[in-house]
Design a protein around this ligand. Structure first.
Ligand code: FES
Length: 111
């Protein structure tokens, strides 16, 4: 497995339609679990004015930023129109209950 994969916890630590934050030197990452059970990892920084997306409302496969209500697609990181923008997504794998993230996207950006 190439990349900078690291275990960051288990699915059971994230409530349905909730999130948890992983802090890194290159910025915080928000891991979301949808009500349907999907798990996604994106930067915890809204592309509008850096709002903490981890504190937003999760609905379907999206999160609404708590500051000004922009809506972000959790799978792609893309902003849902009419607003425009994108947050980085991190590759995520599940090994049973364990969540593994590839942090190489953040390391490349910080370099
Ligand atoms: S900071 Fe997220 S919508 Fe403004």
């Amino acid at each position: 497995m190439s990349g900078l994969w690291r275990e960051v916890g288990t699915i059971g630590e994230i409530p349905a339609a909730g999130s948890r934050v992983v802090r890194t030197d290159a910025g915080d990452v928000a891991i979301f679990r949808t009500a349907q059970g999907a798990v996604h990892a994106i930067e915890d920084r809204c592309p509008h004015k850096a709002g903490p997306l981890s504190q937003g409302i999760v609905h379907g496969g999206r999160v609404t930023c708590p500051l000004h209500n922009w809506v972000i697609d959790l799978a792609t990181g893309g902003v849902i129109g009419p607003d425009e923008g994108c947050v980085r997504t991190l590759p995520l794998r599940l090994d049973g209950e364990r969540i593994l993230l590839d942090f190489s996207v953040l390391v490349r950006r910080a370099a």
